[in-house]
Design a protein around this ligand. Structure first.
Ligand SMILES: Cc1ncc(COP(=O)(O)O)c(C=O)c1O
Length: 407
């Protein structure tokens, strides 16, 4: 029996970029000790008091179907949080609770794209973006942000693709680069969206992980409230990745239709998870800062280690839990470097090419290990890069993919 093209073609011809991750998992399953710096998973579990709130709610009977757009009180809490951060009046009817940010990204695209519509996004990108767009029957169009521009999106390149498109998806603070979009970048994006009549889908799941500068939600820019869908999540801000809870914030009419979509897809989010999220949000910014702090600390440790060498360059990483490293000086592509590092050092990092073409000379390091172990692994990455750069300058550069088969 044939399956739909929509589902069989979801990840496109280039694959989904998870090859290295899967290889690392295979090695671990075979008993090898791999240092895992691939995915954005905290090295701590959800806080015991959040779990206790979840249990209290479930034991009190909040185990049946919950309200599909989300409980009133959680929607109020999410609205108040965003209003406090952006200054934009936001009420319960602007909020749909979703099973995580990923479900929010899917629903947001379903809300603004018809089949065959062009949906823009920025390369480098979070690995699921093109597949999410294909999943709603739209056509993903990547617009490259250049390393030389510090991976800030290029207004001219975006403008050239905007006519006739339905939406633009951005992500700041950014995964994989760690870059925070500047006010100038966001104002340029807002102008393009208004000129070409695009919806802006703004993925802000890292909005609590800011190391330098300020996070500006484009929903707060003039004229953008009516055409922006903000996607948020408790995954990164509250170490609740497995609880699957997030939201979409947007104009009331869009949220009304998105609620209808949720009724026909997820039928909402478990009530005890929503109550736990509400409990966690009520703890305020202090808890968020506490959960974010280890990544900020490790970033400083890594920057200090980087300062002592000149082979690996770091992309200015102002936010999120990742560091994007330029490994071009080793003579290897990001992918070959990552596979060689896994084979020889048993350290798993993501090749930049998992996130598109714009970062193919890079690897992304997730700062998701306890400080001492993280720094030790990071220094080993730098030593490995130095050795590879040395081989290159002595004419012994690895041929493409050579290191991958030596694993
Ligand atoms: C940029 C970005 N958006 C969305 C998500 C999805 O997060 P969630 O766990 O809320 O589905 C992730 C997860 O890593 C991410 O990095």
């Amino acid at each position: 029996m044939d399956l739909s093209k929509r589902i069989t073609g979801l990840t496109g011809e280039q694959g989904d970029g998870w090859g290295l991750f899967l290889r690392a998992r295979e090695m671990m399953a075979a008993g090898e000790a791999v240092v895992e710096l691939t995915i954005g998973e905290h090295d701590i579990a959800t806080a015991p008091e959040i779990l206790a709130a979840m249990e209290r709610s479930a034991r009190a009977g909040h185990t049946g179907y919950a309200a599909v757009p989300g409980t009133d009180s959680l929607r109020d809490a999410v609205a108040a949080r965003l209003e406090a951060r952006t200054g934009v009046a936001t009420g319960r009817n602007n909020v749909l609770i979703t099973p995580g940010g990923q479900a929010g990204l899917f629903a947001a695209h379903a809300a603004v794209c018809d089949g065959g519509d062009r949906a823009l996004f920025i390369d480098p990108y979070y690995a699921t973006y093109p597949g999410t767009i294909r999943a709603v029957g739209a056509v993903p169009v990547a617009v490259a942000a250049r390393a030389e521009d510090g991976f800030q999106p290029d207004e001219a390149a975006l403008g050239a693709q905007a006519a006739g498109a339905s939406s633009l998806l951005i992500n700041t603070p950014n995964n994989p680069t760690g870059v925070i979009y500047s006010r100038k970048t966001l104002e340029g994006i807002a102008a393009i969206c208004q000129e070409a009549d695009l919806w802006l889908i703004s993925d802000e799941v890292y909005d609590t992980q800011i190391w330098q500068g300020r996070h500006l939600s484009p929903r707060a820019l003039p004229g953008m409230g009516e055409r922006t869908l903000v996607v948020g999540s408790m995954s990164k801000s509250h170490a609740m990745t497995g609880s699957r809870i997030g939201w979409i914030i947007g104009p009331e009419e869009a949220i009304e239709h998105l609620t209808n979509l949720a009724t026909h897809t997820t039928y909402g989010v478990p009530g005890y998870i929503q109550d736990a999220a509400e409990f966690a949000l009520a703890r305020g910014e202090r808890l968020e800062a506490q959960i974010a702090a280890p990544f900020g600390r490790r970033r400083l440790l890594a920057l200090e280690a980087l300062a002592g060498q000149n082979v690996v360059r770091v992309v200015p990483s102002d936010g999120a839990m990742y560091l994007m490293l330029d490994v071009a000086a080793t003579g290897l592509s990001g992918e070959d470097f990552a596979f060689a590092l896994l084979a020889h050092e048993k350290i798993a990092v993501m090749p930049g090419s998992s996130f598109g073409q714009a970062a193919h000379n890079h690897v992304r390091v997730a700062m998701t290990l306890e400080d001492t172990a993280f720094l030790a692994a990071f220094k080993r990455i730098l030593s490995f890069a130095a050795a590879k750069a040395g081989e290159k300058s002595h004419g012994r550069g690895a041929s493409p993919h050579a290191s991958r088969v030596t694993s």
